[in-house]
Design a protein around this ligand. Structure first.
Ligand code: ZN
Length: 305
């Protein structure tokens, strides 16, 4: 599901430059677009650099010498061209990697979480769609950029089926719900990306994500599923009878405290006893030292007299 609320088949990412998602039907076109941008800027860099080299050389020019501002503009264009080659080239590299592995960016996250989930077991999650680099490339990169398949059923490797990835994803979502903790809001949040009034830590550690920051009031309850040092990610719990849109996003960590419901009073008393043990030990120790000093003084007194 896209941030705009659309479902996109085999979604890779939302590209703000083309203002749409990259998915099953336009992955080939998108890759061709990146490749032509990189190729075009390579050609323009070469032409412009050789022109500047010619102008600056002491050889006689076949054309009248250009004014200085033209030279400055050309050097500036060279900078832009090389910038595009590097930045878009990087993106092209990662897109090619994704195509060769037949893994979208979203599937990469699922795979990463699957490893984390199985850290202490011998079982391994196998990505079902990668059937060798040659096959993977031929699925996306065709001469007319139209992808193979309908975007719903996919060729999978032996031992996997159409739902292997979905099952893993559902299991991960269940895990996440089990890990979730409830937090109570003790200070209202504005939903700003650079919130003021929650301390320097929050202000100087803004998040590098386009996920929303949420506006909350005191005593709201938030179900938190992700933790950072200065931020929490969660969903606001709907009050009874309230049936509004889901409110989900980041909030400054100092605004919330974990909401713990004690099972019974005995639990609290047990804690009090546990906490008082170290204090008792300290008091006994000091009393012992104190009396030891007095006893020593007494002994010295006896010896000297
Ligand atoms: Zn999108």
């Amino acid at each position: 599901m896209d941030a705009g609320g659309r479902c996109v088949m085999k979604m890779d990412h939302h590209c703000p430059w083309i203002n749409t998602c990259v998915g099953h039907f336009n992955h080939g076109h998108f890759t061709a677009f990146l490749a032509s941008a990189v190729g075009g800027c390579c050609v323009s860099s070469i032409i412009l650099i050789s022109w500047v080299a010619n102008v600056l050389s002491l050889k006689p020019l076949p054309f009248p010498p250009p004014p200085v501002y033209t030279l400055i503009l050309v050097v500036f264009s060279i900078g832009l061209s090389i910038g595009v080659v590097l930045a878009v080239g990087m993106l092209l590299y990662f897109q090619m990697l994704a195509i060769i592995r037949n893994r979208t960016e979203i599937e990469d996250w699922i795979l990463e979480k699957s490893r984390y989930r199985r850290d202490d077991t011998d079982t391994k999650y196998v990505h079902p769609y990668s059937k060798g680099w040659h096959f993977n490339i031929s699925q996306v990169l065709t001469w007319d950029c139209i992808p193979v398949g309908d975007g719903i059923t996919w060729p999978v490797i032996d031992g996997c089926n159409q739902y292997t990835l979905t099952r893993e994803q559902l299991a991960q979502k269940l895990d996440k719900r089990k890990r979730a903790r409830r937090y109570r809001i003790i200070k209202a949040t504005s939903g700003s990306k650079f919130p003021i009034g929650h301390g320097f830590g929050v202000f100087f550690h803004p998040l590098c994500t386009d996920e929303p920051r949420i506006k909350l009031d005191i005593d709201d309850i938030v179900v938190v599923t992700r933790w950072k040092k200065y931020w929490l990610f969660g969903e606001k719990e709907q009050k009874d009878g309230e049936n509004t849109k889901r409110v989900r996003g980041w909030l400054p960590r100092p605004c919330a405290v974990e909401y713990i419901k004690l099972k019974n009073v005995c639990d609290l008393q047990t804690r009090k006893i546990i906490y008082s043990i170290p204090i008792c030990v300290h008091i006994t120790f000091f009393l012992y030292i104190f009396t030891l000093k007095r006893r020593l003084r007494h002994i010295c007194h006896v010896i000297y007299t």
